[in-house]
Design a protein around this ligand. Structure first.
Ligand code: FES
Length: 115
């Protein structure tokens, strides 16, 4: 049995061995997930949302403690959550990229108003 993970919103999909952490899969797939602690469950920056029906390994106590209930809403730490089967992950937009996109959209609106 092999694992397969799809990262949204890009739709990038790769095959992985069961037990592969989501963060490792993302790096292999060229998908950016923010981190600061290097995958030590300390920075909380790698938080991603897992789509319903995804097949992950059971959550470890340390990750559960860190998430403090957010796991019930589908959130997991990409550095700790491990793929078991088919997994779909929503990756939050990088905050800097989100700010740039918002600025560009505002500029485009202003440009349209001038014409
Ligand atoms: S990479 Fe820091 S908590 Fe996951």
């Amino acid at each position: 049995m092999s694992g397969r993970i799809t990262f949204w919103p890009s739709g990038t999909t790769i095959e992985v061995k069961p037990g592969t952490p989501i963060l490792s899969a993302a790096r292999r797939a060229g998908v950016l997930i923010q981190t600061r602690c290097g995958g030590n469950a300390a920075c909380f920056m790698c938080k991603v949302k897992i789509r319903p029906g995804s097949d992950l390994m059971p959550i470890a106590d340390e990750e559960k403690r860190k998430l403090a209930g957010l796991e019930e809403e589908g959130y997991r730490l990409a550095c700790q959550a491990k793929v078991r089967g088919v997994v779909q992950v929503d990756v939050p937009l990088d905050p800097l990229r989100a700010a740039v996109q918002k600025l560009l959209a505002k500029q485009a609106e202003e440009k349209d108003e001038l014409w």
